[in-house]
Design a protein around this ligand. Structure first.
Ligand code: RB5
Length: 149
């Protein structure tokens, strides 16, 4: 499996520890930046990660900003992307099992690093949405979007 990861300056301190956790899990990582805590704009990295997933250069994506929310708003503009911003392990699991999120967004200002690492694990350990109850709803979204699957 390959995961694209990106952060802005706020999320940067969490990026390398998340990369390390992904590599511990045997996952290949594409790091799209940023590379420091110098102020930058989160949409740059959201679009890089979302484009990599949409183009199938990566299987999944992880984005980190202050809250995860700006990243999710931007990433969800890319066709085929279902980005979920989470602040709990329950939500991290649910966004995979119910919403089939292919991009996980987390916040460095809303959660501690150990919490965020547990969200990444919960998301990866969850079973992607199966069963007509969930897949029908996901299909409704992709149909509305214009379909890119
Ligand atoms: C940066 O200050 C902050 O606005 C950004 O990281 C993010 O939280 C936006 O959603």
């Amino acid at each position: 499996m390959k995961i694209a990861i990106g952060s802005d300056h706020a999320g940067f301190p969490y990026k390398d520890p998340i990369v390390a956790r992904l590599k511990e899990r045997g996952i290949d990582v594409i790091d799209v930046g940023t590379a420091s805590t110098a102020s930058t704009d989160y949409p740059i990295y959201a679009f890089r990660v979302a484009d990599a997933v949409a183009a199938k250069h990566a299987d999944l994506g992880v984005l980190i900003c202050g809250t995860g929310i700006g990243m999710s708003i931007a990433a969800n503009k890319v066709q085929g992307i279902r980005a979920g911003a989470v602040q709990s392990a329950f939500a991290a699991s649910a966004v995979r099992e119910h919403n089939d999120c292919n991009v996980l967004c987390v916040g460095s200002r809303t959660n501690t690093l150990p919490e965020v690492l547990s969200f990444v694990d919960a998301w990866l350990d969850a079973t992607p949405a199966t069963g007509e109850r969930h897949t029908k709803r996901i299909r409704m979204i992709s149909d509305y979007e214009g379909g890119n699957k």
